[in-house]
Design a protein around this ligand. Structure first.
Ligand SMILES: Nc1ccn([C@@H]2O[C@H](COP(=O)(O)O)[C@@H](O)[C@H]2O)c(=O)n1
Ligand SMILES: O=P(O)(O)OC[C@H](O)CO
Length: 324
């Protein structure tokens, strides 16, 4: 990614805090396979990557929390094993000696309805939405978006959100197979069933959180399973309404970094407003013995991702213009 997190550390300043991160574990007790595009997937090995990650995060001793960027279980997991498989992976996360914040991904929703999934992931919500925020130190706020708020997967079949998503897909994607981008041009290629959107209520909630963060002079890190910037991701992996979400985010100056998973190869960009976008490499696609996890050192002027294995390190400096 061109920059050196080691450099940031060698500058000698202590971070305000740090946290661990991993994405797309997609564990299942099934033989290795491949993605649609032919990339090898190591379904049994991925939990070993997570175990090594937890060991390293604990050895570091100072991480304040850990974030799981979603797709905890794979869609090919036999459905009679879904509940226990998610539980097994969550138990591995719980070996971390501190809080763990989970996100949902499409593969989680192939396995379990929200009503069963969210309690397992300890996402507390009266109406099964999976967005929330937390402030680990007074200077920072983390916003976790629910990218499958409007989605054809995860809600009951007759739920208004399922119906809204299916209507949207019918309008945007003429293919019978709604996961196929065939014939879709450029950024239209994101209109696939394995993606989703942030709905109206969540947008209003996000607006309120960003308003409050601005008043409190907090810097914000936005986290979502689905990427929010075409510069950091394949077009096929983007949130359906990434443009609306970013238009809202850009009205404020408080959001410094957006982190995501889903696009397994990973990516990095700085958008037109100086917001950093980092898509994390998947634990699932690490050949046996290799890794993809990391931790982030948070400073007042940058955050530095220190990656292990396939997860590339990067220093993400904040745009000083945005604080003027
Ligand atoms: N470029 C693509 C990517 C995916 N699909 C469809 O999505 C399904 C799931 O994809 P995975 O990467 O998780 O294997 C896949 O079976 C295809 O139906 C596609 O059509 N084009
Ligand atoms: O979530 P998956 O495993 O279907 O993969 C999504 C793709 O990486 C998006 O391009």
């Amino acid at each position: 990614m061109g920059t050196s997190a080691g450099l940031a550390i060698s500058q000698g300043r202590e971070p305000l805090f740090s946290f661990g991160l991993i994405s797309d574990v997609q564990y299942a007790d099934i033989p290795d396979g491949r993605s649609f595009l032919g990339v090898p997937r190591y379904y049994r090995h991925s939990i070993l990557v997570l175990q090594r990650a937890v060991k390293e995060w604990n050895a570091h001793q100072k991480h304040k929390f850990v974030m799981n960027f979603g797709d905890t279980v794979d869609g090919f997991c036999p459905k009679d094993q879904s509940f226990n498989t998610v539980k097994k992976v969550v138990n591995e996360f719980d070996m971390f000696e501190g809080p763990v914040y989970h996100m949902i991904g499409n593969h989680c929703l192939y396995n379990l309805p929200r009503s069963k999934l969210l309690p397992l992931l300890k996402i507390q919500s009266p109406d099964d939405h999976a967005y929330y925020d937390f402030s680990p130190v007074p200077e920072y706020r983390f916003v976790v978006l629910d990218g499958y708020d409007i989605s054809a997967i995860g809600w009951p079949q007759d739920h208004p959100k399922t119906l809204e998503a299916l209507k949207f897909l019918r309008e945007k994607n003429p293919n019978e197979e709604k996961n196929s981008p065939t014939g879709l041009v450029g950024l239209e290629r994101r209109f696939l069933m394995f993606n989703g959107a942030v709905g109206k209520e969540q947008m209003e909630w996000l607006n309120g959180v960003l308003q409050e963060a601005t008043e409190l002079k907090q810097k914000v890190v936005v986290c979502c399973h689905l990427p929010l910037d075409p510069g950091a991701s394949s077009k096929e992996a983007l949130l359906w309404n990434y443009d609306e979400v970013m238009e809202l985010i850009h009205r404020y100056n408080c959001v410094k970094v957006c982190l995501a998973g889903h696009d397994h190869k990973g990516g990095f960009s700085i958008d037109s407003h100086g917001v950093n976008h980092r898509v994390l490499e998947a634990a699932l696609e690490c050949p046996p013995g290799t890794d993809a996890f990391g931790y982030i050192n948070v400073y007042d002027d940058r955050i530095s991702l220190v990656g292990t294995g396939k997860m590339a390190s990067v220093d993400m400096y904040f745009n000083p213009q945005s604080d003027l």
